[in-house]
Design a protein around this ligand. Sequence first.
Ligand SMILES: *Cc1c(COP(=O)(O)O)cnc(C)c1O
Length: 421
Amino acid sequence: MDAEPYYGPDFGLLRGRDPEVARVLVDELDRLGDGVQLIASENFASPAVLAALGSTLTNKYAEGYPGRRYYPGCEVVDRAERLAVDRARRLFGAQHVNVQPYSGATANLAAYAALLQPGDTVLAMALPHGGHLTHGSRLNFSGRWFDVVSYGVRRDTELIDYDEVRELALRHQPKMIICGATSYPREIDFAAFRGIADEVGAWLLADVAHTAGLMAGGVLPSAVPYADVVTFTTHKGLRGPRGGGVMCTRELAPRIDRAVFPFVQGGPLMHVVAAKAVAFGEALRPSFGEYARRVAENARVLADALAAEGMRPVSGGTDSHLALMDLRETGVSGAVAERRCAAAGITLNRNMIPYDPEPSAVTSGIRVGTPCVTTQGMGAEQMKEVASLVARAVREPGAVTRVRRRVRELARAHQIYPREL
Ligand SMILES: *Cc1c(COP(=O)(O)O)cnc(C)c1O
């Protein structure tokens, strides 16, 4: 355990050439190695993914698509993109995949651009109920350039209100309906959304940024058979490089491809595309299905254990990698809980709960996710301990030093990037 951890490809060279930046890498790995990461949208990419990211493919301009680029000399990088596309298609059973989006947000922008005109009506999940900024926030292109109507969850069950979705769809006749969320712990009924979209003649966009890994691993049902377009990220549950992707039917492929490039983006990040190919290859292995099952199992155990500590899991539990905990019984706000946990070395975020009486800077809840800790090899036993450490950090600020010490021990016993990887 005393061997130097894995800082990334050719770290020694960086340390020699630029000690200031090298120090940032060391300090960040120390931060991760000393703490417990419960941010639901984060994960730890493999050294193979990091190696592709740190490669010379970053140098190549390859505007366009394999076999039809705007620049010569792309025949080699074309192979990386073809590998990424073929593997993603196999992984998700999709007819067409575009692997060039720089992020989940640009993947969504491309999906809007392919299917809509500015001013069109979109029906999407409300942000305070779990939706994403790109699903209609005023601060985002989606809320500025489109007429967004929002659906939410029911007050009693805290599950998506499919009756409300249908009513709003019939009343507002949206051109596109979006399902998929950023802090919704439950399975989404894609077939129900498909039925509503068909009833009003709307496109259905499934944004599975958070759950693509669980979908690939067979833990959650796939949106691919139901949605016209599926957008995803590669760095969350999928455990790949930071980036996005778009899947669609064969018919929509030309529209999606033209929307990603040249409408939304310029040259693709070919080193990231190669790293996506590596990550899809990893996700195709049976061990990834096992990983996905453990992520969901850990989330269930963590949510139950936090419930036993007096926090209430929104919707009563989770089907996925994340849980949303209502802290009102503890008398501590989401913001204070976030700060106290951070002081104890536990990284999690405050989060609005449905119908939250507090503003977004305060909130009544926290969001916890298990992709990172599961990648580190933690299981049910560790989740129970993490829950008790979270509860102590939240309730007993005076115990912060003792909690911090135990968090560090736990993290060090489950190193992320040890030398032997
Ligand atoms: C994370 C997320 C995105 C955006 O991904 P970025 O890579 O951060 O741009 C989009 N949609 C949903 C639902 C997300 O959770």
